[in-house]
Design a protein around this ligand. Structure first.
Ligand SMILES: O=C[C@H](O)COP(=O)(O)O
Length: 290
């Protein structure tokens, strides 16, 4: 059923229906959570799960160029940048296989719907294939779910698949109930990912919140853990909690740690041919439990 919101855009549900959906999701939260398998450290699959991120307001051209070079070297999934840098990053990364992700409504999430739509459209026109939009979480906290939905749906509308749409909840600012609500609203608006944090709004990703978000969105949506993920150990913990993407400004360091650990394990395994050797399946567990 399509309904009119106060700003005349269509939404999917009445306030009562949103309430039912969110309450049901809360009831379905399991008492224990599954552990997911992280890719083997240092492999292309591992690097492919990382969005190499530079979102400081004072970032300059040289730093963006360096970010792109690093992403090419390590074959990260994307570089994640502000909209002013999309064109430059797309140019730098042409033919490299590394995508450009652009943040939208960063970092407060309170921009008008039309500003977010404009920023998203421009980024997609300039070649961004992923958008990391900040949910209007102050409205979410006020339980104005239809407005939050409309905000996301409007961006989805100008950035259809194959553009990947991630919705940043800013979990540090939310209660558990708000996080569940944010996931359900993002899911209803057909986002591809829910993402924990901007890195600018309090504590970043936590294992507990990643587990919660993954259990709410289920297998058809993905979770991105971001904000404060600084070591390979933290990275693996997030992946084991259910994150399929990590956003970090520490990607180079994480890869360095990962490759060192991979080397150490390969040697410890008796010098097997690196190409054919797999570090033990317990390798990632070893890090996540340390
Ligand atoms: O979206 C990603 C975050 O802004 C990255 O945060 P970080 O600088 O703490 O790694």
């Amino acid at each position: 059923m399509a309904l009119e919101t106060e700003n005349n855009m269509t939404t999917r549900y009445t306030q009562a229906e949103w309430g039912t959906i969110i309450n049901e999701a809360e009831k379905d939260i399991p008492s224990s959570f599954p552990e997911y398998k992280a890719p083997i450290l240092g492999t292309p699959d591992f690097a492919n799960g990382i969005d190499h991120t530079l979102l400081k307001l004072d970032a300059n051209k040289n730093q963006i160029d360096e970010l792109c070079e690093e992403a090419k070297t390590h074959q990260f999934r994307s570089v994640c940048v502000r909209s002013i840098w999309v064109e430059r990053a797309v140019h730098n990364l042409q033919g490299s296989g590394v995508l450009v992700a652009c943040v939208v409504g960063f970092h407060e999430g309170t921009h008008s719907v039309s500003d977010k739509v404009k920023e998203a459209s421009q980024a997609v026109s300039a070649g961004a294939l992923e958008l990391d939009m900040v949910m209007n979480y102050p409205l979410l906290k006020q339980q104005r779910y239809s407005q939050v939905y409309t905000d996301i749906a409007a961006v989805r509308n100008v950035a259809p698949h194959p553009v990947v749409l991630k919705v940043i909840l800013e979990t540090a600012q939310l209660t558990q109930f708000d996080i569940i609500a944010g996931c359900k609203v993002a899911e209803a608006a057909n986002a591809d990912f829910v993402k924990t944090s901007t890195g600018f709004g309090g504590q970043g990703a936590t294992v507990e919140n990643v587990r919660l978000m993954k259990s709410v969105v289920g297998p058809h949506m993905k979770v991105k853990a971001s904000g404060g993920v600084k070591t390979v150990n933290e990275c693996v913990s997030m992946m084991e909690a259910g994150a399929e993407r990590i956003g970090t400004s520490n990607g180079v360091w994480i890869m360095k740690e990962a490759l060192t650990l991979l080397e150490d394990t390969t040697h410890a395994a008796g010098g097997r041919d690196r190409k054919n050797s797999r570090p033990s399946d317990s390798l990632t567990r070893m890090f996540s439990s340390s």
